[in-house]
Design a protein around this ligand. Sequence first.
Ligand SMILES: [Zn+2]
Length: 510
Amino acid sequence: MKAKQILKTGFRWACWCFLGVVLLVVARAVYVFRDRVPGYALDLSIKPAANPAPLRVGFARVNINPDLDYPKRPVWVAGFSQNRAATAIHDDLWAVACVMDDGQTRVGIVALDAIGFFHDDVVAVRRGCSAAWDLDYVVVCATHNHSTPDLMGLWGPSPFRTGVDPIYRKRVIQAAIESLGAAVAGLAPARLAAHHTAVPVEGLVADSRQPLVYDSDLRVLHFTSPQNGTTLGTIVGWGNHPETPWSRNTEITSDFCGYLRDALQAGVRSDEKVLARGVGGIHLFINGAVGGLMTTSPGVTVRDPFLQTDHKEPSHGKARALGHQLAARVLPLLEQTNASPTSPLALGVEARTLLVPVENLGYLAASYLGLMDRGYARWRQIRTEVALLTLGEVSFACVPGEIYPEIVNGGVEAPVGGDFQIDPLEIPPLRQLMPGQVKFVFGLANDEIGYLVPKSQWDVQPPFTYGREKRPYGEVNSCGPEAAVLVHRHLSELCKRATAPRNVAVDPGV
Ligand SMILES: [Zn+2]
């Protein structure tokens, strides 16, 4: 009788404990998957003004070096593996801003030397901007640099601990806000020359996954003073992973992006000899379509065109050589200030938020463990954003992740072995749909939701595509097979909206 009662009580306790555990698990899920910006939604359509005022542009930058002075609070370097504590600052990291104003519309663009920046953080930047700055739209891009502090949470001391320092994250948000404010304060009349130049990939970038499609052309916007022709700044777009110093590097660096910016601004010197002349000003590097994946891996030998040195092994020298390779192509373009003046220079903005399903169990687990600290707008769905900006004959597609270049430039395939065995869905290519003459694709813009893999190339299950024996790399860092389809569809719609004939007068205060 007694034994039976003990058993009964024990069973009851076990039930209560189980229920308690279930409740704790559910409570944690409710907490970690909560929406960080409840109700945030955007559907913005600002048509270019028919008679814009003369263009004004402002540039500014704010340093975002992490603080390495506290050994008990290591700075975890992002991008390759966990437990990579930063040992030194090799060169500076920046939040670089450009604000453009056509008298009706004002747009701010920030490029961060960072691995990625979630949509919630972008909203924090927007909410931190003063209303007096009168910004109609703000884009925050990350260069996707793999030698910067972890801002995504995946590269902490262990697979179960975040690498994000909340203090640093706040500082980067604050720096982005400050850079925008300073750029607004610096608004000055500007003339624009837009350039697009083809760049062969040899000795610069490799594609680690078939089909071999790149985003290697350089696109450059050069803003100069109409009064004296001096350079105010540039926006340079090119697609490649900034991971040149590779996985063993523990020194914080802005990689080739920083070397490019420095060379454009100050030129290149060696032993007091001027090897290339800079043009002054402030320069934004914005990464393009880096998925699929674009990389200057240890297999690529890069020649420094100024210092005449070759670099195969990963190093800061190799990153410098790569930055110099780009600078050697951009600097001559900056001589031709009247190459392609585009006018009238009216700004247009089409932007909208969308929900993307997260099917990647790794991402869900990372969120549950508190590694990836970003909100979910609905159950297993994150809120992200796409945008299409226009400035005269220049357009910018803002993509919230690492898009495969074939979706941008064409060449999506439906290889045998693909998990879905469907025809390509992400067609026509985005650049075919985008308006204008010079078409920038801003990757990792306003979010980092991972790889945007064409659905017809999605490949997790054997047999694998292109005769591979192992599954290809990419899907493990993607929300799922629907992400690229959704981003492509919404951007296509924005392209249509941007090119649709104007029939409604738009309130300039929208
Ligand atoms: Zn990447």
